[in-house]
Design a protein around this ligand. Structure first.
Ligand SMILES: [Zn+2]
Length: 78
């Protein structure tokens, strides 16, 4: 994987800064640790949604897996 670097000073370490706008919207800014150049912004609502949908997918996957395991076990016993 290529190493990320700051477009302004070419430093390679970044930090996440949480900010809240006047109307209460929460953002997460990714900025260069050395010069503070913002290289990206994430909407916190979006992050939460991504995590939630990943959780749902995982739960569904585990459910299917459990069912398959149960099927295999039942087959072995009969
Ligand atoms: Zn920089």
């Amino acid at each position: 994987m290529a190493r990320s670097k700051c477009p302004s000073c070419e430093y390679h370490e970044f930090e996440a800064v949480h900010i809240t706008t006047k109307n209460g919207q929460k953002f997460c800014l990714i900025q260069c640790l050395a010069c503070g150049t913002v290289v990206g912004a994430l909407d916190e609502v979006k992050i939460t949604n991504v995590i939630k949908s990943a959780e749902k997918k995982l739960a569904k996957f585990l459910e299917t897996l459990n069912r398959k395991v149960i099927n295999v076990c039942t087959r072995k016993n009969s």
